[in-house]
Ligand binder design. Structure first.
Ligand SMILES: Cc1cc2nc3c(=O)[nH]c(=O)nc-3n(C[C@H](O)[C@H](O)[C@H](O)COP(=O)(O)O)c2cc1C
Ligand code: SF4
Ligand code: SF4
Ligand code: SF4
Length: 617
């Protein structure tokens, strides 16, 4: 292909025309499919055929509202399109009849409407003004839920590959300068300045250089990279190609965990079609720039996200970190200078090149520029994906975007940064979300997982959960991490089992600090963070477990007791049937009792009692 400009206007024209047609679009990212989106699509196809409607049926990726999946968008020419949430096959006939045939949206199932210049409907929040999106800035996520990720035309019509086109007219150093001006810091966790990294690789001496995209994403609670891979694969490829041109590499590898099959499928499709169109391969867009790209599927070990372990894994070796220096910028893949960045980092690049570094730097804070995609999970009303400007507070994210705590419960903590991060309490809710503030609070931005916890969460149990994860995922290469995380976990297990001793707190702190300073890679160096932050902010919970043999949140089974309140019990006998071990006895119409020596603390009796007579303490 010669210039993309020759085909761009016709692609754009065709794309605009699609908006002048009646259309139904189903969200088929992994979250949409898991919620039943494929069955909804089948039901829509059947209904459209049955009614003989002239409607375009299409699919898209996750728009971000995972809490509302399965999501279906319906649009009529000249009008805003309405995004419906919680659509199941049995809802389809009524929705189509009302919206597509009678042109009347079903407001009680409508989540938002997207105007795009069309007339809006009464009673449905417009996307930009809706509680979920009002405080978001959508750039990396702008195509998610808006385009079909399996169609390159959708990508090109929405500005795709214009960044590469522009980059190819620029001097490589000019591009690196723009990335530096943008202030973009790596979105994979460490927050290293991307422009500086690119400069190191550009300046490194080597007959061959590589671009590697880290799409391993192993943190519990993180799925932003998967969403971008599934929803906008070309953006990552475009970012990698621009990086290749800027630093002098003509080969790239995307390292993606095999547990992301949809992402790998869509990436493969995107690579094939881009090659076919001359956007990828030799003499890209008629220039003398060549770039080839391949995918390496990883087996899904957390440590393989660590950059040097990842490089070993691509080379077919065991995924264990290498001693640094030398850093990958000098000796990376096959010992050649390598530019390794995260999915979201690369996905930001086309926007930065198209709009200029200053545009990007105008968002965010002094030291953390731009926007960041977060995954909102845990005890909140709205779980999903949110792209926010850096500097927004945790409170705004939890209470505005995520809609506050589910079931009217109280906020307790937010875990930021996965196993490398930490738990921040309510007093830290006004902390701005940026690299440095989160670190000052004892946590980390990490890759962008935010797990919200309510009053029913035991913070010692949370520390145990993360330690169990890092201990299992430790590659075992160095002693502090291999043995130290195991010892930390053992102590936490003892405390949760009611066998903790007062010295345990000091031992935890001492051991945690030793591991932090002596482990070889960041897995070990950050593994103690959940222990240290929970000790910093929730020490009283550790003390209650150890000194009073009590779990204040009522979570740790060994520390719970079940009892029947005599005054409330009417002697109905229902609880006896629920108890698997025969621990409950009593005569009809007389107060029952629980034999603590038999009770296995399963909790099965509590919900069965209609008189709230069984209490857990
Ligand atoms: C145990 C561990 C796991 C990691 N997992 C990932 C990951 O899944 N994705 C990622 O981009 N970076 C991950 N990182 C960070 C990478 O080592 C590296 O810093 C990053 O990919 C660089 O890209 P960036 O500069 O664009 O952030 C991990 C680091 C450690 C120590
Ligand atoms: S810190 Fe842990 S994961 Fe990293 S090299 Fe050492 S043992 Fe392996
Ligand atoms: S179910 Fe409740 S009221 Fe009935 S016997 Fe058990 S404790 Fe008493
Ligand atoms: S908690 Fe379980 S084992 Fe104990 S009394 Fe209730 S049902 Fe029986």
């Amino acid at each position: 292909m010669g210039s993309l400009k020759e085909v761009r206007s016709s692609i754009e024209e065709a794309y605009k025309k699609k908006l002048d047609r009646p259309r139904i679009i189903v969200g088929l990212g992994t979250c949409g499919m898991a919620a039943g989106g494929t069955k909804v699509m089948a039901a829509i196809e059947t209904e459209v055929e049955k009614l003989g409607l002239d409607v375009d049926l299409d699919f898209t990726s996750c728009i971000g509202m995972c809490y509302a999946e399965p999501v279906v968008e319906m649009g009529l020419p000249g009008a805003a399109s309405v995004v419906y949430g919680g659509v199941y096959p049995e809802d389809v006939a009524q929705l189509i009849e009302s919206h597509m045939v009678n042109k009347t949206p079903v407001t009680d199932k409508a989540e938002i409407q997207i105007s795009a210049g069309g007339a809006t409907y009464e009673g449905i929040p417009v996307m930009e003004k809706s509680p979920y999106y009002e405080k978001q800035v959508r750039s990396v996520t702008s195509r998610l839920g808006r385009t079909n990720p399996e169609r390159i035309e959708d990508y090109i019509a929405t500005g795709g590959y214009a960044g590469l086109e522009k980059a190819l007219t620029m001097e490589p150093q000019e591009i690196i300068n723009q990335v530096k001006i943008s202030g973009l810091r790596g979105r994979g966790g460490g927050g290293f300045p991307t422009g500086t990294k690119w400069q190191f690789v550009a300046d490194a001496v080597g007959d061959k250089k590589y671009i590697v995209c880290n799409a391993d994403e192993g943190d519990p609670g993180a799925f932003m990279d998967r969403s971008v891979l599934e929803g906008d694969p070309h953006a990552i490829m475009e970012g990698m190609m621009i990086a290749g041109y800027a630093i002098g590499a003509n080969e790239g590898v995307i390292y993606c965990r095999a547990e992301y099959p949809l992402a790998i499928k869509r990436l493969n499709m995107a690579i094939a079609v881009a090659e076919e169109m001359g956007i990828l391969g030799d003499n890209i867009m008629g220039t003398d720039f060549n770039f080839k790209l391949r995918i390496k599927a990883g087996a899904g070990a957390f440590v393989c996200g660590e950059e040097t372990a990842l490089l070993n894994s691509i080379e077919g070796k065991r995924g264990m970190p290498r001693v640094r220096p030398p850093f990958p910028a000098h000796k990376g893949l096959w010992q050649k200078p390598t530019c390794l960045n995260n999915v979201e980092t690369f996905a930001n690049i086309p926007f930065i090149v198209r709009n200029g570094g200053d545009w990007y730097a105008s968002m965010g804070t002094e030291k953390s520029k731009g926007s960041k995609v977060f995954c909102l999970t845990g005890k909140i009303n709205n779980t999903g994906l949110a792209e926010v400007p850096m500097g927004i507070t945790l409170r705004e994210v939890v209470f505005n975007i995520a809609g506050g705590i589910a079931d009217g419960k109280k906020f307790k903590a937010v875990q930021s940064g996965g196993p490398s991060g930490g738990c921040l309490p309510a007093e830290q809710l006004d902390l701005p979300i940026d690299y440095d503030s989160l670190i000052s609070g004892g946590a980390m931005m990490g890759s962008g997982g935010l797990v919200v916890m309510d009053e029913g969460t035991c913070m010692v149990d949370v520390a145990k959960f993360f330690l169990n994860f890092t201990q299992l995922e430790s590659c075992g290469k160095c002693t502090p991490c291999r043995e130290g995380t195991k010892r930390l976990l053992e102590i936490l297990e003892r405390i949760c089992d009611g066998l903790g001793v007062p010295e345990d707190i000091d031992t935890l702190e001492r051991l945690a600090k030793t591991i932090k300073t002596s482990a070889l890679c960041a897995l070990g160096q950050t593994a103690p963070n959940p222990v240290l932050t929970t000790l910093r902010y929730f020490r009283n919970e550790y003390e209650a477990h150890i000194n009073e043999k009590r779990c204040p949140a009522g979570v740790c089974p060994e520390l719970l007791t079940y009892a029947i309140v005599e005054d409330k019990c009417v002697g109905c006998g229902v609880c006896i049937k629920a108890c698997p071990v025969g621990a409950i006895t009593g005569e009809k119409k007389a107060a029952h009792t629980i034999d603590a020596s038999k009770c296995v603390k399963c909790g099965a009796c509590v919900p069965k009692c209609k008189f709230d007579a069984i209490v857990q303490a």
